[in-house]
Design a protein around this ligand. Structure first.
Ligand code: NDP
Length: 268
């Protein structure tokens, strides 16, 4: 019998996840189905109940339901607890196991696809919303030194304080004056409105990587980084890598991501 999976969001018609998982399944030769489901805004829990009663094995969860998924899980991974959000659910009998693969996807994209090993690197994470919460622990786990900056500085400080044992700085963009980083990650949604982030010039160390979690468009951050001489990457690789991590959790096999990223680039 075909094992069934889905991604749940609202809206969801734009999602690339069904295509990504179809390509993974074809590559590995596994018989799975994976569909996009739009849940009503107040209907996430009911949608999960339906999927479980119909025998689905798990699902991915995207905007705006990652927090609902966190709340409906009966067990949580450490990285889901740190993220306070869940993007992958596994249905096992009575259990609903919640995980978050966004951070692992980001780290894998930076380290393996862009060739920047993060241990010992000075990393700046911009933003203190859901995406930053999702990636902060996985970034710290690499051994990178982390600073977090956000438009609302208090939210960056709050996120930094979640990790009292690690030396993380949290604050405003103005406080970055005079500092340099090897990797600068844009986890804000500023690119959606073509807004510039007030980064000081000189923020990029020589050879630095500027990484924008957004994909499908050149953001003002990417333009700024290019002008400053940084190497620029978008978030398409992260999208595919977080999906590969979910596939691995469900199926126990890690698909090759490079051909899938290449295929998606041809469709952009
Ligand atoms: P949230 O709404 O939770 O947070 C938005 C963040 O962006 C806040 O820190 C906010 O600052 C900041 N922000 C918004 N507008 C501006 C602006 N004009 N200038 C400076 N800062 C701004 O969003 P998410 O964290 O969920 O998502 C952020 C981005 O990450 C999205 O674009 C999303 O597409 C992307 N993403 C990509 C993934 C991938 O796989 N590639 C996975 C997950 C997310 P403040 O606190 O001051 O409001």
């Amino acid at each position: 019998m075909t094992d069934r999976y889905a991604v749940i969001g609202n809206p969801i018609s734009h999602s690339k996840s069904p295509l990504i998982h179809k390509l993974f399944a074809e590559q590995i030769g596994q018989d799975i189905s994976y569909e996009a489901i739009a849940a009503p805004l107040e209907g996430f829990a009911a949608t999960i109940d339906r999927l479980r009663s119909e025998g689905y094995k798990g699902c991915n969860v995207t905007v705006p339901f990652k927090f609902d998924a966190f709340n409906c899980a009966t067990e949580l991974s450490e990285r889901a607890k740190a993220a306070q959000a869940v993007n992958t659910l596994i249905f096992e009998g009575d259990k609903i196991i919640g995980d978050n693969t966004d951070g692992a996807g980001l780290v894998r994209d930076i380290e393996y696809n862009h060739g920047v090993m993060l241990k010992g690197m000075r990393v700046l994470l911009m933003g203190a919303g859901g995406a930053s919460y999702g990636v902060a622990l996985p970034l710290l786990t690499t051994g990178a030194s982390l600073a977090i900056a956000n438009r609302t500085a208090s939210r960056a400080v709050e996120l930094a304080m979640k990790f009292p044992d690690a030396a993380i700085r949290g604050g405003s963009y103005a406080e970055l004056e005079g500092l340099q980083f090897d990797v600068v990650i844009n986890a804000t949604s500023a690119g959606l409105t073509d807004s510039e982030i007030p980064l000081p010039t000189g923020i990029f160390a020589p050879g630095a990587l500027a990484y924008d979690m957004m994909y499908g468009r050149e953001t003002p951050f990417m333009k700024f980084a290019r002008q400053q001489g940084a190497r620029v990457a978008d978030g398409l690789g992260m999208l595919v890598e977080q999906a590969a991590e979910a596939f691995y959790i469900w199926r126990g096999v890690r698909p090759e991501t490079a051909p899938v990223i290449a295929k998606l680039r041809t469709l952009q």
